[in-house]
Design a protein around this ligand. Sequence first.
Ligand SMILES: [Mn+2]
Length: 201
Amino acid sequence: MALIPSQSAPSGRIGQALRALHGENVCGDQLGWWIRDGHWRLALADGLGHGREAHTAAAAAMRRLAERGEPGLREVFGDCDQALINTRGVALAVVDIRPAEATIDHASVGNIRTLLIQSGQVKRLGGARGIVGAGFRGLRPERLAIAPGDWLVLFSDGIRENAGLAESLMDAQPSDRLAERLLEQWAGDQDDASLLLYRHD
Ligand SMILES: [Mn+2]
């Protein structure tokens, strides 16, 4: 399954896993993360449906995020909406982490789940309705505090919404192996699945 490369060096803060729906050879979910000027950006996209066209849409979203470094989330979503207009469209979540200010900015459209886990407390971050590439309304970027040890978890609807992810992250360190294990444990068999873990330090 194709993954648009993000930062190639292992960070110690990230774990990532993707799995295509059984029988498909490309994954309609894609994820990415980038570090620019000391800021981190995490993103996860779920192309509508599955298969080749879903993959094309999700990969286009990640490519756009990699190529263009719009500072504001409203601009990011507006730009991706335009760039994906000839694709099937995606659900998309983007989180910007500003370590110097100890804050995150989050925005999402569609059915991507974003959890902020702080001292065992799970906060589910909200999303707007619509499809990136076919229009959306009610985008509301929100700013939240983040502290060392906090987790951010982004996942597609191929993983059960009530998955026991928070419990599994207690005393854990982020790694691809951990993300793959959690995906294996919690993904359903009806859709592509993807999971991006980040631990703040
Ligand atoms: Mn899906």
